[in-house]
Structure formats: structure tokens, C-alpha cells
Design a protein around this ligand. Structure first.
Ligand code: S3P
Length: 191
């Protein structure tokens, strides 16, 4: 497969907060030699404050409007790996843009695993103030898992493997689908 095929590959990662989209996405991008974009970081640059503060002052709907504009832009770039926010799949327009313009990988985690990973987190507005984060995560998961599945081309079960293993699972899936060239040597973990 010509290298230019990788250069055109547009890959996006979706999944619940704490599923590892940004970490895995950054490593996958490095392995493929593609630029990485975290759509939440693009949003924060645009709104000029943290997403958490924006939620508090402007409300969720205003945040979703900015998110939709950013998803629309970043999915048109091609040749990038994009990590999205956990709620990006809530709007149909985002699901359509992601699915039709990029190869979408859903990093699926159970609410139990997510609760364990997010137990010290105080950045995610939808989990703040909840006395029972696991209950909240279960509700979010129930609503969103069907949307993630509908949007994704591939589902990767994250379980509890290392980042390196997860990155390899994503790369192997992309290779099997013929979307990126097959690695000829074992992949060393990227720094
Ligand atoms: C959100 C997830 C966040 C961020 C915003 C809303 C959500 O991204 O976009 O706080 O609705 O689940 P992460 O998935 O990176 O936490």
C-alpha cells in the first residue's frame, strides 16, 4: 500500500470519558506518522476557558454547539487521528460526519472500569457533583453505547490491558481492514 494511503487516512476515536481516546489516539498517530488532534483541546482554545467552566457558565447546549462546529471541521481535514469528547456521538450531525468522513474506532470500556480510572478526576463536568459516579457512568453508558456502536466502524474492547497493547489492537484492526500498511517489524512502545 502506498504511503500516501496513510497520509489520507482519517481515523477518529470515540468512547466514554476515561476510555483512553486521547492517550491511545496520540500513540496511534505517532506510529502512523500522522498529526493528532484532541477535539476537546480545539474547543478549549476556541472558547478561551476550560470545558468545565464553560459548562457552568454557558450550559451544556452551548458547549454542544461549539463541539459540533469543531467536529465538522476536524473530520474534513483527512490525514489526522482525532480523539473526540465522550458526548460527541449525542448529535446526529456529529455521528454522520464522523462515520462518513473518518474510520471510527470505539474504545469500549465497562462503567466499572471507567469508574475505577476516573475515581480521582475532577475535570469532567458530567461527573462532578455526583455522589455515585458509578451510577452516573452506568446511565451515560446505557444511553451512549448504542450510539457509539452505530457510529463506529470497529469496536475495541479495552478491558484492562496496557496502553501499548491497546495501541497495537487499534493498529492491527486498521491493518486488517487495509486502511494502513501492515507493520513489517514488531512495534516498540512509543515514548
Ligand atoms: C463529555 C466528555 C468530555 C468533554 C465534555 C463532555 C461527555 O470529554 O467533551 O466534558 O459528554 O462525555 P472526554 O470524553 O475526553 O472526557
Amino acid at each position: 500500500m502506498p504511503e500516501s494511503a496513510v497520509a489520507r487516512a482519517a481515523i477518529s476515536l470515540i468512547g466514554m470519558p476515561g476510555s483512553g481516546k486521547s492517550t491511545v489516539g496520540r500513540h496511534v498517530a505517532k506510529h502512523l506518522g500522522l498529526p493528532f488532534i484532541d477535539s476537546d483541546q480545539v474547543i478549549e482554545r476556541r472558547i478561551g476557558c476550560s470545558i468545565r467552566d464553560y459548562f457552568e457558565t454557558q450550559g451544556e447546549a452551548a458547549f454542544r454547539n461549539v463541539e459540533q462546529a469543531v467536529i465538522d471541521e476536524v473530520t474534513q481535514l483527512g490525514g489526522h487521528v482525532v480523539a473526540t469528547g465522550g458526548g460527541a456521538v449525542l448529535r446526529e450531525a456529529n455521528r454522520g460526519a464522523l462515520h462518513s468522513r473518518t474510520t471510527v474506532v470505539y474504545l469500549r470500556s465497562t462503567p466499572e472500569d471507567l469508574a475505577r480510572r476516573l475515581r480521582h478526576d475532577n475535570h469532567r463536568p458530567l461527573l462532578q457533583g455526583s455522589t455515585d459516579p458509578l451510577h452516573r457512568l452506568r446511565a451515560l453508558y446505557q444511553e451512549r453505547d448504542p450510539l457509539y456502536r452505530r457510529t463506529a466502524h470497529f469496536v475495541i474492547e479495552t478491558g484492562r490491558p496496557s496502553v501499548h497493547t491497546l495501541v497495537n489492537m487499534v493498529l492491527m484492526q486498521l491493518e486488517l481492514a487495509g486502511l494502513v500498511p501492515v507493520a513489517t517489524e514488531p512495534r516498540a512502545p512509543h515514548p
